[in-house]
Structure formats: structure tokens, C-alpha cells
Write a protein that binds this ligand. Structure first.
Ligand code: SF4
Length: 441
């Protein structure tokens, strides 16, 4: 049986796409092996969001080639899409697919296997006009499944390479969402996470007035669904109806990831983000008022070109005034081909590092403040597989919870009493499982 090894960089969409490709290889009779083993095929699903993502992608491609110089090396994903020529220049690469036509990966690997030549099928993503609807043939043994329902972004934030890597908006048809949801439930998944490159834009390319709310309804209509979580959304795209659904339907996790990106109005404008801090604050406050204990997480980029010390301090002040449950802080990464890469007033790297550290400290303080509110309370937790005698899982509002593995069966929901702060989350004691009588979050 031929062996194929995968490695994935970047976001949840990439993780989902790797799972889809794994399924295609399995269906064809391949055995999936880990990336540090000798394999017949290596697939590197790359990322291009930062220059670090690209560097790591190149390192992983070279590692695959070193592990078995006789293997077929296939490269897919955003970096392959925006810079196929850089990948072609790495000796030992055989197949290059970008962010579409992944359904052909097995066929291409086998075709090139005869000649050991190179096949680059990357085309202009701006011409892509439909969602690449590849059914899930296999679902790996986790408790939480990602389901990609949307592709592409046309927001063109000035720092972001993604619109050039993923192309225009394309949505998965509602029928396909229903079908894949049923498949995931039948495979035993307790939680489905809806993902997309620009999830809030779901439906804009479809006929009629279909929106993300319809996609959520399609998932919720599947019998046996236990939990549904939404991936990252643009704040300005959250509708009242969606908030009401989260409030009313306890299967919808009370957690929203709403990227803020900058805590200064001038920086937001330079980034081409279409909201003000006042609008963002008002929205978050109104969500927090409506949905008790909701977790609101966010992303922030620091050191954007032109971000003065005063603007950065404004950002610290804004974040301090908000109740974020979790934050991801990124230093601005100059992406060639984006407008911001040409801005003259780039912030020096060491200053960016200093700002990241300051914002990170604030983020940790905010996370602890949020987590502390739940100590002594009971929350529902879905645990992942055991590791070193411990299990970890997530609450509906996205707090990481640790517990003794001996008390837990993987893939089941538990009522857990929160005891104390532990690592990056809380330590919990199991109360009971699955037959959840009363849950808080
Ligand atoms: S919304 Fe902005 S940051 Fe997000 S993928 Fe689109 S362009 Fe990039």
C-alpha cells in the first residue's frame, strides 16, 4: 500500500482542505503516515499570510524531499497559488496546485509519478467562479470537525495577501452543507465548526438572498447535531438574526471571533477596514448584553505602516476598555503585491516586536479576567484525546479546560466544575457526562 504524508500550515480552512485531500488519497488506497516518516508521497499545504508562513512552507517542502528523495512531492495552498515560480525553483518538487483543483491531486501525483517530472497547474484564481465542492470521503478521529462553506475574499484589506491567493467569493450550496453535516454527524462528531475565508460573505454569490443565517439553519436542521461553532467573522457582517439564533439555540456555541485588527481609527482607515472603533465597541457591548457569558475573541495586527506610538497607545487603551476572552496578536508582515507593502513609513522590526510583547501582555491579562469569572461554575466541555494523563477541551464560549484523563471518555460532552486557573485556561472536575441536564455555556 503506498504511503502519503501531509503537513499543513496556516488557518482552519487549510486544515479542512488537508483533511479533504487525505480522504481522496485514502479512497484511492493510500495509507496516511506522519510527516516525519518515510513516505511515497509528501503533500505540503502551504500558507502565505506572513513571510514566516512562506519560509516555513519552504522548509517543510525541503524536509519532505530530504526524507525520501525518491518520493513525489506535491505542494498546495496559498503560497503555491501566489508564488508558484518560487516553488518550482525548489529542486525535487513534482506537483504544484494552488487553492483550486485540489480534487485532481491524486491523479496528478500518479501521473507525474511515471516521469518524475514537474506539473504546475496553478491558474489565475481571479477567474474562479464556483465553490470547489469536494465531498468528505474520510473524517479523522477528532471530536471537532471543520466544515468549509465559503471560499474567497473581496475585501482587499491593504495588508492582506489572501484575496490574491483565494480569489472571488464562492459559496458551498446549501444542499451540500446539509449533506456534509449529516455525514459528519454519522461519523460521530459532536461539534461542527463552520469555516470560510470570508465566512460572513456566505451566499453573496448565490442566487436569491441566501446568507450565513441560511447556512447555519441548514446545519442546525440536521438530526443529531450536538454543537455548532462559527469561525472568524467580520463584525460588520453580524446580523441581529444571527445573534438571536445564538441566544435561542443552545447548540450554537456562545463564542464569536471578530477580528478588530487595529485599535485606532486612522490605522483602521489605512487598513481599508470599514468600521470605526465606536461602531465596533457598540456592537460588542450589545452582543454581550444579549448573550450572557459569550466569549468574544479577536485578532490585532501591531506595527502597521504609519502606526505611530500615539496610535499604538490608543490601541492599548481601546483593548483595555473591552472584555475580550482571547486575543491573537500579530506583527504586521509586509506582503509583496499588497498596497501596504509600498507604504513608506514601515515600522522597524524591533519596534514591532516591542509592541507585540506589550499587546500580548494585555491580551493575557484580559484572558485571565474572562476565565476567572467562571471559577466555581459548571460549564459543558468537549474533550480531545488524552495526552500525558491529561485531557483538554473547550467550553462553548471557548475557554480551554484541563482535567484528569482517567475521568474522561474522548468525544463526549461533560458537565465540568471549574476549579482554578491552569496553564492557558482552567482546571476542571468532571460532574457528569453526555446526559446534560442543565448547562450554562
Ligand atoms: S477580510 Fe481582510 S483580512 Fe480577512 S481575508 Fe479578506 S482581505 Fe484578508
Amino acid at each position: 500500500m503506498p504511503r502519503v504524508a501531509f503537513t499543513t500550515l496556516g488557518c482552519k480552512v487549510n486544515q479542512f482542505e488537508t483533511e479533504v485531500m487525505e480522504g481522496l488519497f485514502k479512497q484511492r488506497g493510500y495509507e496516511i503516515t506522519s510527516f516525519d516518516q518515510v513516505a511515497d508521497v509528501y503533500v505540503i499545504n502551504t500558507c502565505s499570510v506572513t513571510h514566516l508562513g512562506e519560509r516555513k512552507s519552504r522548509q517543510l517542502i525541503r524536509r519532505g524531499i530530504r526524507l525520501n528523495p525518491e518520493a513525489i512531492v506535491a505542494v498546495s495552498g496559498c503560497y503555491a497559488q501566489v508564488s508558484p515560480e518560487e516553488i518550482e525553483a525548489i529542486e525535487g518538487v513534482n506537483v504544484i496546485v494552488g487553492t483550486q483543483d485540489r480534487h485532481r491531486i491524486v491523479e496528478l501525483v500518479e501521473e507525474v509519478g511515471q516521469s518524475k517530472g514537474i506539473m504546475n497547474i496553478v491558474t489565475n484564481i481571479m477567474n474562479a467562479d464556483h465553490f470547489e465542492d469536494i465531498p468528505l470521503f474520510d473524517t479523522p478521529g477528532r471530536t471537532r470537525a471543520f466544515l468549509k462553506i465559503q471560499e474567497g475574499c473581496t475585501n482587499f484589506c491593504t495588508y492582506c495577501i489572501i484575496p490574491y491567493a483565494r480569489g472571488p467569493l464562492r459559496s458551498r450550496p446549501l444542499e451540500s452543507i446539509r449533506r456534509e453535516t449529516e455525514k459528519l454527524i454519522a461519523a460521530g462528531f459532536k461539534e461542527i465548526v463552520l469555516t470560510g475565508i470570508h465566512l460572513g460573505a456566505y451566499g453573496r454569490d448565490l442566487e436569491g438572498t441566501i446568507t450565513l443565517v441560511d447556512a447555519v439553519k441548514a446545519v442546525l436542521s440536521a438530526e443529531g447535531l450536538v454543537q455548532l461553532r462559527l469561525g472568524s467573522l467580520e463584525s460588520i457582517e453580524i446580523s441581529d438574526e444571527l445573534i438571536e439564533m445564538i441566544k435561542q439555540d443552545e447548540r450554537l456555541c456562545p463564542h464569536l471571533h471578530l477580528p478588530l485588527q487595529a485599535g485606532d481609527n486612522q490605522v483602521l482607515r489605512m487598513m481599508n477596514r470599514h468600521y470605526t472603533l465606536a461602531e465596533y465597541r457598540e456592537l460588542i457591548h450589545s452582543i454581550q448584553e444579549k448573550i450572557k457569558d459569550i466569549g468574544i475573541s479577536t485578532d490585532i495586527i501591531v506595527g502597521f505602516p504609519g502606526e505611530t506610538l500615539e496610535m499604538f497607545e490608543n490601541a492599548l487603551g481601546f483593548v483595555e476598555s473591552m472584555d475580550f476572552s482571547r486575543m491573537h496578536i500579530f506583527p504586521y508582515s509586509r506582503r509583496s503585491g499588497t498596497p501596504a507593502a509600498k507604504y513608506v513609513d514601515q515600522v522597524p522590526e524591533d519596534e514591532k516586536k516591542r509592541r507585540v510583547q506589550m499587546m500580548q501582555e494585555l491580551a493575557e491579562k484580559k484572558a485571565v479576567e474572562f476565565q476567572k469569572k467562571f471559577i466555581t461554575r459548571q460549564l459543558t466541555v468537549l474533550f480531545e484525546p488524552e495526552h500525558d494523563g491529561l485531557v483538554e477541551g473547550l467550553t462553548g464560549n471557548y475557554i480551554r479546560v484541563y482535567a484528569n484523563a482517567k475521568d474522561v471518555v474522548q468525544g463526549k460532552l461533560y458537565n465540568v466544575r471549574m476549579e482554578k486557573l491552569y496553564r492557558d485556561g482552567l482546571w476542571g472536575t468532571i460532574i457528569d457526562k453526555d446526559d446534560l441536564i442543565q448547562t450554562e455555556c
